[in-house]
Design a protein. Structure first.
Length: 314
């Protein structure tokens, strides 16, 4: 096999049959505007899956051309699984795809076109389309692919210069749509394996300190919504994001951005309190409010949440 320009890293933990469609969506990538696709490889990293269906799919895709399957010796979480893939990758560029997501047929071509037209780009992303199940579950890959444009027009590209402020408002980048130079990932220390959630958000913040983000302003992937999804299960949307923000705020390089990060922290803590109170889990809401007060003792919202949770918990 030729030296790949792009390594597509897919971390897996009990993704079941979703994994097959994820890999097939990569192998089914199509060129755009007469330009050939970059040579790519697919690196699937199993983070010690226990589900028999997932293990069977791993054995299946591991026999396919251009696909290799690596297995962590012990479970390392999403951050560790991605790091295993990046460390084994042979490509100059790294693309990520979560094992339950799907690339549009021209996803790679649209992002590769950016680096071809803008060789100074080191970090490229795109938008997502939320994929929700119908009454019969999720539509099959062939149907989803058929719904995508056969030859999409050139997608507008927005250059976001050092997008710390944009990231503080919202996590505008997700792994499934990211294409990034391997050397930038290595320079930033890869994903922080101490974080079990928001490890990608943490990395994007660090990249944004001294790198521009090139954003394809069209959808390039399906993001699957289901109960087992880490970010859409029965937990606050921003679960453990406060830990990630506090890690950043403890670093000298982030002193000038403290106000932005503190504003994000207040939003996260407020959302946690709302989540638990909305589900009548008042003891959990009370703990969140108390933690918010410890972090931000002069924030009036924290005290209001403490009072509201205390009245309900009592």
């Amino acid at each position: 096999m030729s030296q790949p320009a792009v390594s597509v890293v897919i971390p897996v933990f009990n993704a079941g049959v979703f994994l097959r469609e994820a890999v097939l969506s990569v192998l089914g990538q199509r060129p755009l505007d007469g330009h050939a696709l970059p040579v790519f490889e697919v690196v699937v990293v199993d983070d010690r899956s226990t589900d028999p269906a997932t293990r069977a799919v791993l054995d299946e895709v591991g026999a396919w051309p251009m696909v290799s399957v690596l297995r962590n010796h012990h479970s390392k979480g999403a951050a560790g699984a991605r790091n295993t893939g990046v460390e084994a990758a042979r490509g100059e560029w790294i693309a990520f795809l979560d094992a339950d997501d799907i690339w549009f047929p021209h996803s790679l071509a649209q992002r590769w076109q950016v680096q071809r037209q803008h060789p100074e780009a080191h970090w490229i992303a795109g938008k997502i389309s939320l994929l929700r199940p119908g009454e019969q579950g999720f539509a099959p890959l062939a149907e989803l692919t058929a719904a995508c444009p056969a030859s999409p027009p050139p997608a507008p590209v927005q250059r976001l210069r050092r997008p710390v402020a944009e990231l503080a408002r919202d996590c505008i980048v997700i792994p499934t749509t990211t294409l990034i130079r391997q050397r930038l990932l290595v320079a930033k220390g890869l994903f922080d394996e101490r974080l079990r959630r928001a490890e990608d958000y943490h990395l994007w913040f660090r990249c944004a300190l001294d790198n521009d983000l090139w954003m394809v302003t069209e959808e390039v992937a399906y993001y699957r919504i289901h109960p087992a999804s880490l970010t859409h299960g029965d937990a606050p949307r921003f679960l453990l994001e406060d830990n990630m923000l506090l890690m950043l705020m403890s670093m000298p390089a982030w002193r000038s951005y403290r106000a932005l990060l503190t504003g994000r922290l207040d939003m996260v803590m407020q959302d946690h309190c709302y989540f638990y109170r909305g589900r009548r889990r008042y003891a959990a809401a009370l703990r969140c409010a108390a933690r918010w007060i410890r972090l931000r003792p002069f924030h009036p919202g924290a005290w209001k949440e403490l009072l509201a949770s205390s009245l309900r918990a009592g």
